[in-house]
Design a protein around this ligand. Sequence first.
Ligand SMILES: Cc1cc2nc3c(=O)[nH]c(=O)nc-3n(C[C@H](O)[C@H](O)[C@H](O)COP(=O)(O)OP(=O)(O)OC[C@H]3O[C@@H](n4cnc5c(N)ncnc54)[C@H](O)[C@@H]3O)c2cc1C
Length: 689
Amino acid sequence: MTALRPDGTSIDKEALLRKYRQERDKRLRPDGNRQYQRLAGQDPYTTRVPRPPRTDHRTVVFIGGGLAGLINGARLKEAGVDDVRILDKGGDFGGAWYWNRYPGAQCDTASFIYMPLLEETGHMPTEKYAHAPEILEHCQRIGKQYGLYDDALFHTEVKNLEWDGSRSRWIIRTDRGDEMTAQFVGMGIGPLHVAKLPGIPGIADFAGHWFHTSRWDYDYTGGDHLGAPMHRLADKRVAIIGTGATAVQCVPHLARACRELYVFQRTPSSVDVRGNRPTDPEWFATIATPGWQQRWMENWAANVLGGTVHEDLVLDNWSAAARRTRSRVAALAPEHRTPAAMAAAWDDSDFEKMEEIRARVDSVVTDRETARKLKAWYRQFCKRPCFHDEYLQAYNRPNTHLVDTDGQGVTRITPRGVVAGGDEYEVDCIIYASGFEVGTPFTPRAGFDMTGRDGVRLSAHWSAGMRTLHGIHVHGFPNVFIAQGPQGANMLFNFPHDLAESARTIAAVIKHAREGGFAEVEATRKAEDDWVSMLLSGPALTWPSPDCTPGYYNYEGQDPGPWGRLRVGFPWGPRAFFSYIDRWRSSGTFDGLEFRLSFFPLSVRGISSRMWQVSGTLADSRRAASSRRTVLGDSSAATQISSSPPSTGGSTTAPRTPGMSIAAASISRVLTLAPLCLNMSSRRPSKYR
Ligand SMILES: Cc1cc2nc3c(=O)[nH]c(=O)nc-3n(C[C@H](O)[C@H](O)[C@H](O)COP(=O)(O)OP(=O)(O)OC[C@H]3O[C@@H](n4cnc5c(N)ncnc54)[C@H](O)[C@@H]3O)c2cc1C
């Protein structure tokens, strides 16, 4: 098959792949994620107010007041749980949107599917891709509408969780000296909440001003996060380090405000057309019919991650990318739709798209040398794809200088400025657009460990990688629920869809426990083991992409280790997971969970709230205890995972279904893979349908 450039000439695919590999190899470094250091420091946005420590009790405490906390809080209130308390390190609700107030911050997936609970709140996003202030305000709207402010504790960091089996409740300790208790604990600590800095030598020596983009210092820059111009930068020389999704959004604003702006680039982002526009209220009234947002989310997931829909309701940059690939695959004659041919069709589509994006750089950026350096040499989904209509244009301003480091990065920070390529750039301020910790183990990222039943710590239970049932429930940790992506849908591109589904599950389980008078609910050891084995038997719809340039999507090009290898999703794709979990939830039997009446080992398995059949016995409980010991010792499951062969990046598990082997290659092929998986649903065990 031929792949064509926008000017109609054909692409030399082999030469292009060679170039991709060369560019990747330049950037590979052995320290992977260890090249970064954590950002320490305070909340610059809200004053921390002293308060006495709390020692009270709540039915549910939820850790994290981002979208996860808000959606869960709302669904729990709807389920009749009046006393839900949300805790957050930040000074308000919003999570990522509380912390990220840099100029130009906005969502990348369409607001209509990204901003949660639009139907419930009646809010109409003002733009196709809403800006951060509107999303933050929407978070506050949800907090108010569902009464979540009444009992929230902000500027409160959870430091430790301990299960008190004698009272069937969790003890929650915080940096405020709190020692409160809760029957149930939810956790939504966020995929991107720990800000990181590059580990550049001399970083502490800089004598000027500096900050991270997620702690924007408007006192220094002037202006505000609502868009007022940053007038205090007019006489400043500013360096911004990093050219990922954040920098792409804030560079145009800095370029307008600074005397001189130096943008230090290790790897260029791919920057496609954004096409943002205001929402037409008349049009919105026509689409906002009952059930619309759920329909839109499902339609988007079907378009982007595999399905048979013919209509694209959302029409955003992601669904456009998926449509392009799918049409290429659909152009194959049915008898030629082998996995290899489909992967090749995907590649052609990607080669063409990336040529188009590179040609866009030439058409926008006037200086040829700058344009050359701004071209991204990798597949579009190797790194977070960016969409912007002012970023490339910023380099046409005389005050905006791209300092490309040819993949090597900044080599040193001095008291005066930044050194790259042997030259020192003197600046007044350094802004680190260096992103967040991604893919690191849960416990250090959360900032707390949990001590569950029998004194087992979560860090020990997960020492060979994450183990859950459905990505939510953990054996040995009763009444705890995790709201995040891995081991469930792994719906990476529109996170709130995932959060909305897990909130439904969590609310349903807690409601069931309360209606049945159960003190405890916990995943059985067998259910957790079966779930993890099933996940590992699949094609690993996960992030590692060995042929990609290093970045947070692929653990900086290093072996992801056991933690990373278990960050997989339901093998048949997010949509299949959503329909599976919907059936699981509504069955009323909650297979794999054990509901217990009290801390005594009387267990009730798979019953509806009306049928109190006590099926567990003391012997059951002894058997369970002995199997628990196996987990903590050299359990076969744990050993299997930790001794799996070192990965060069892709799935370490040999795919069992031959047709799925292409999946291991790259996240970017997820778009092609998911429909493939769905077509193979006949091979899915009935248990997981
Ligand atoms: C600028 C930006 C743009 C994004 N755009 C998109 C997009 O377009 N589409 C998309 O799908 N995703 C996007 N994301 C990803 C985004 O993280 C998720 O969409 C979503 O906001 C995650 O919500 P969350 O509640 O799970 O986590 P978060 O919003 O990160 O909230 C987690 C909260 O937990 C708190 N917390 C953590 N640990 C503790 C502790 N120990 N004690 C107390 N509190 C704690 C944190 O302070 C934080 O407020 C974007 C992220 C950023 C930063």
